[in-house]
Design a protein around this ligand. Structure first.
Ligand SMILES: C[S@@+](CC[C@H](N)C(=O)[O-])C[C@H]1O[C@@H](n2cnc3c(N)ncnc32)[C@H](O)[C@@H]1O
Length: 283
């Protein structure tokens, strides 16, 4: 499955060589235990490389921001101090499914589908849904992530009227939405393994996954809706979330599927494992 605008050009020796639009970067990856397949000359051409101790090193002019994307979304990317750039390619692999679902719900429902994007980060999934015709509630705890997502909404000319931006703990937000009797047609949720909400308030996914999934499924429209839930935890993997969802939807017409997420390498039989996607389709 190709990711428009992005390619994992090569990987190996603990590193990945990736192309994001017109920028090629080398970043560390502990999973890449194998050998690179491409010539060293290709790696040497990368415009920047990241090292955990030394940060970013530029091969030519220094850059901090650039734009990348496809017809479904445009994103401003940044060379951040932690080596991340504001885009996780594994999440782009299921965006065509999300886009398709929003379009088909719009047709069937005769209105804009209501989408809830939890742990929404720089807003790729929100942009895809908004551009496909949805109303989106975009939730993230970090002001920096919300500001970055807002810049991406502007870049994609998204009207403010179809968007609700919420800065809150997603676990608290879903419980509050239940009390307000809110329902969504599509929920996208990508929880981290650990979250620090305040100096004295943290949660581990192990401790909150059951109430979080329980609350999230209560927000789904009972006639027709879908949940896209991703897992990056070593033990709380896709099959566990899928088993929980089977319990939570028992007695309902629901289809649950667990699919491994992976980043395909260009011109290579290899792919880089990147967690799991658990989908729950109701109706
Ligand atoms: C790995 S990113 C999600 C990436 C996203 N799926 C994408 O493809 O762009 C995790 C996000 O969760 C947010 N986050 C962490 N703890 C949170 C919490 N308790 N409630 C809401 N957001 C939280 C972080 O600020 C970060 O933006």
């Amino acid at each position: 499955m190709k990711i428009p605008g992005y390619a994992l050009l090569d990987s190996g020796n603990g590193q990945r060589l990736e192309q994001f639009g017109d920028k090629t970067l080398v970043r560390p990856s502990t999973l890449c235990l194998w050998k690179p397949r491409q010539a060293k000359a290709l790696w040497d051409k990368a415009q920047a490389s990241y090292n955990h101790d030394k940060g970013w090193k530029f091969n030519g002019p220094r850059f901090e921001e650039w734009t990348f994307g496809s017809s479904s979304f445009q994103l401003r990317l940044r060379t951040q101090d932690n080596g991340q750039v504001g885009f996780f390619p594994e999440h782009a692999t299921y965006m065509p499914q999300v886009e398709q679902l929003v379009k088909s719900y719009t047709k069937t429902l005769g209105r804009a589908p209501r989408v809830l994007n939890l742990f929404a980060y720089t807003g790729m999934a929100s942009v895809v849904c908004l551009k496909a015709g949805a109303h989106v509630t975009h939730v993230d705890l970090a002001k920096k992530a919300l500001d970055w997502a807002s810049a991406n909404f502007e870049l994609n000319a998204i009207p403010a009227s179809s968007l609700r931006l919420i800065r809150e703990d997603a676990a608290d937000f879903v419980h509050r939405e239940i009390r307000r009797d809110k329902k969504y047609d599509l929920i996208i949720s990508d929880p981290p393994s650990f979250s620090r909400i305040a100096a004295n308030k943290t949660w581990q996914l192990d401790d909150v996954i059951v109430p979080m999934l329980e609350a999230t499924t209560k927000l789904l429209e009972s006639n027709m809706s879908a949940l896209f839930f991703t897992c990056h935890h070593a033990e709380l993997s896709g099959p566990i979330a899928a088993n929980l969802l089977l319990d939570l939807t028992s007695g309902m017409k629901a289809e649950i599927a667990n699919t491994p997420l992976a980043i395909p390498e260009a011109d290579s039989p290899r792919s880089l494992p990147a967690g799991s996607l658990v989908t729950c389709r109701i109706g």
